[in-house]
Design a protein around this ligand. Sequence first.
Ligand code: PEP
Ligand code: MG
Length: 589
Amino acid sequence: MARAVLFGIPVSPGIAIGTVRFMHDMRQSEERHIPSEEIPQEQIALRAAAAGVRTALAQTMRNVPEELAEYRDVIAAQMELARDPKLLNAALARIERKGICAAWALDLTIEELCELFRGMDDPYLRDRAQDIRAVGLRIRECLAGVLPREADKGPSLLVAEDLSPADVMELDLKGVLGILTVEGGPTSHTAILSRGLRIPALVGITGLLETANENEPAIVDGLSGRVLLGPDAADLAHYTARRDEYSRWVQQTRRNACWPAEMCDGVRVRAQANLESPDELPGFAESGADGVGLYRTEFAYLKGELPTEEELFREYAAVVAKAAPQRVVFRTLDVGADKMLRSQASLKEPNPALGLRGIRFCLRHQGIFRTQLRALLRAGVAGNAALLLPMISGLGEVQSVRRILRELHEELQAQNLAHATGLPLGVMIETPAAVLICDVLARECDFLSIGTNDLIHYLMAIDRNNRHVAYLNEPLHPAVMRSLKRIIDAGHREGIGVSVCGELAADPCGLAILLGMGVDAVSAAPCFVPGIKHMIRQLRASTCQELAHSILMSTDVQTCRHMVREKLHQSLGPELAFHTTSLLGQSQP
Ligand code: PEP
Ligand code: MG
């Protein structure tokens, strides 16, 4: 039996066996009272450490490759923090006021600032706590004279409170087999990076830093979300066999990635990819995806300055051309809630998740929206593109967008600029209002796409940042299941396709139920697409339909979980364990 078993959120699948290596020096800082004559020397040491961190970050900034240019802004923000008087002066004053050493004064100041930022309503400002902590750690290491980590210490499992973009840039990831962090969610830097590099990773592991020991053997199970610290011989033998089996399975699914997603009884669906930037295009090409089901366009806007029409046009045209003849569904700007523009942060909305986000923001700030739509219409001539509107809650929003599109068409025509006309227009179903009028929306649109991540939150009335109500994030809840069925049926009655682009589509249980409800397409991060297609080929549409029917008849979540587990075991056998699922709970083998 392992010395300790911890649980986290699996964000990148796979199994890794190695030794724990802390990204940062997590030893408790020195807590020392000092005589008054030592005060100037501690203050000098702190100033020098902050300057050292600024220089190191400037060097890191120069090494950021062009494809990761968005990381430069985060590194620049950290450089600013390393010279911020609020941080530095407060720590310097504390040394003097309390007569304590620099490291202790710094820790107290960082803690105080983080507490202040963490308590803020605004998610943009709340996220700054992460940067303050990252900079604080660096200054602390510099003060303690800790040298940068060596790259090749053998196969290691990287343990950190969080990984900032600057950490990622400085790290040689060659020897890293697994990544474990305390902070972070499915869309954090850690998640995106580890998926891109195919390194198994878990985030949100409570108690990790206190429980893990440097150089201790450990196992990361990025399929079930477990980390085993100090495993025994039996654990090692079991997980070595599972790792090898899993890697053979992955090879096989990748080899067959271009085969169609057709069920055993001949029903075909489309398995598409979700992309967030053109950097992901190589992964998309290898994934065998039937087009891009969701291209999130926010990232170009989160760098500080608004992108120009030309910049957006180049980005979108490159993606459309690369994916052609497959379709790319571009979701128009979905800022607000967890992705705030700096100008929005200053609005200080009391509840941004219920505020000016998605289409509401775009219709209020039409200058920004029109620039994006012009770029999209122009990029449309490079291949096969479609438009998708986020956070729709009424028909009027769709009609307004159609009117703007007509105006832009006339404008572009008058300017003699080549552009696509009649691009398919779809809406995301993410709000309870959209569920209840999905028949009306279906008549006005060319397709529907269900954003289950937000839909579940809004249906269940839970704040996605509030862990006290995280237990209500329950996709098998009858309200969620009935909504999904209602949307799919409404789309089909109006003769249009319905796809699902939220995380539920990548979960084997969610996928089987959605297939049973008759969904036409699913989309997920490229790394999941080969496995999704493979699973679809192992299922029968009739089995999935029976399952969906039974689930819809039941009002008890536990019974549903049991039913779906049984059906999937029958259809997939032991391969079920190779799919990442949160729906089966921790009891999954
Ligand atoms: C969703 O809400 O399910 C979705 C796909 O959108 P995002 O995760 O980008 O909010
Ligand atoms: Mg959403």
